[in-house]
Ligand binder design. Structure first.
Ligand SMILES: [Zn+2]
Length: 423
């Protein structure tokens, strides 16, 4: 009885999600094309028409590609659940392994590999067709394959032991397993934050200390003004994979470092780099990063508690097309984990705008911080260059932007910065 109700609820949420995504994407495409003919007046002096039109075409191509990916992942989601894909995989691996931990880990690995195979052609197309067509791809097929193998190796070395610990807790730690699993998960996330800059990221990129002395002393001056201590300034060879530029922070505590993509250093003037960095330091100083991480931890606690309840409900499995294995001494924990990860996004999609809203609020605050500690005109000119270089559209559909965008539209952001400067 519950099982059917749960299947119906799942289908309803899935259909609503698809309709909303399709509607937003088509609005976005229409809006961008309608503004393709001319550069918006406020940018007319700074951005040439051909760059504006490239951004429009790139945005439309990416949005269309997003729709294709959405269709593929929906078909695979339904195939795994209601059409019995997971049920088949479950029975096959159970029979092959005879149950126990090897069955559970085998199920997780097989599911991971199959999902990866489904995504592979899409990833390949995005990198070597879409990004290539607009001149952003700098990757060779060889690098694409080595990246993939390194990713799989990392998942095996870091991910599998974590899954093993969680499965063991689910099996042996009693009703409060989810609380212990949350401590493990939280500790794991913190560990990754420490290991990422020093161990994981260097597997994929080269990091060299910033060599430009005048830029370095400029940046050190800024860090001193705002009271920020860092383990170092690094330049990353982002140009190895993509022409898109960026700057970010990584690590925390004493291990904090600031990373600039080489593409960004080449393109921006020193005072513009300083302004961009001031924005990033704003995120740190205004505690945005700590807030974001804390919210993430709280949400994962709530989700784990929910999984603690769902894993004991037969309808959770049968409603999603899987017959749980009912053999004494065997458990369905790995299946519960997989089903939960698989269907959770269907139920959380409509909450997306809340995350975007809080992220955009933080962006405004970080911009204001940068304007206070550097010249806001430098941040404006840096933003304009970054929009142009990344072919980001200046004319997104307002609703599409409100729903998805972690950053406010360029025109709104720049208007805020200019207003701040005029006061
Ligand atoms: Zn930001």
């Amino acid at each position: 009885m519950y099982s059917h109700a749960f299947s119906i609820l799942f289908v309803v949420f899935l259909v609503v999600t698809l309709l909303v995504r399709f509607w937003l994407a088509s609005r976005h495409i229409r809006h961008v094309l309608a503004h393709r003919a001319a550069v918006p007046a406020e940018f007319a002096e700074k951005i040439p028409l051909h760059a504006h039109q490239k951004a429009a075409d790139y945005t439309v191509a990416r949005t269309k590609f997003g729709l294709v990916s959405m269709l593929v992942s929906t078909v695979s989601l339904i195939g795994f659940t209601l059409l019995g894909g997971l049920q088949w995989l479950n029975a096959t691996i159970f029979n092959a392994t005879g149950g126990g931990m090897s069955y559970q880990l085998g199920l997780v690995i097989a599911f991971g590999l199959i999902s990866g195979l489904i995504d592979l052609p899409l990833d390949f197309y995005r990198q070597f067709r879409l990004e290539e067509r607009f001149g952003f791809n700098k990757m060779t097929v060889g690098l694409f394959i080595t990246d993939m193998l390194k990713g799989m190796l990392l998942a095996g070395v870091i991910g599998l032991p974590l899954v093993w610990v969680v499965l063991t807790l689910m099996d042996k730690a009693g009703d409060l397993w989810w609380l212990y699993a949350w401590f493990v998960w939280t500790g794991f996330q913190l560990l990754i934050m420490v290991l990422y800059p020093t161990v994981i990221a260097p597997l994929f990129n080269k990091f060299t200390p910033l060599a430009d002395e005048s830029l370095k002393s400029r940046i050190e001056g800024l860090m001193q003004r705002v009271g920020f201590a860092s383990k170092g300034l690094f330049v990353m060879d982002g140009s190895k994979r993509s022409a898109h530029g960026n700057a970010y922070f990584s690590g925390f505590g004493a291990a904090k470092r600031i990373v600039f993509f080489d593409t960004l250093i080449e393109r921006l003037a020193p005072q513009e780099i300083e302004a961009v960095l001031a924005h990033e330091l704003g995120h740190f100083k205004l505690k945005h990063i700590v807030k974001r991480i804390s919210v993430m931890f709280l949400i994962s606690l709530a989700f784990l508690a929910l999984l603690g309840y769902l894993k004991n409900q037969i309808w959770f499995y049968t409603g999603l097309g899987v017959n749980p294995i009912i053999v004494p001494g065997q458990s369905n924990d790995a299946m519960a984990l997989i089903l939960f990860m698989l269907v959770l996004p269907v139920y959380t999609f409509l909450f997306g705008p809340l995350t975007s809203l809080s992220s955009r609020k933080h962006e405004f605050e970080a911009d204001a911080f940068a304007a206070k500690h550097t010249d806001s005109r430098d941040l404006v000119s840096a933003l304009v260059k970054m929009y142009e270089d990344n072919a980001s559209t200046l004319t997104p559909d307002p609703l599409h932007s409100a729903f998805y965008d972690s950053h406010p539209p360029a025109s709104v952001r720049i208007r805020h910065l200019n207003l701040g400067a005029a006061q």
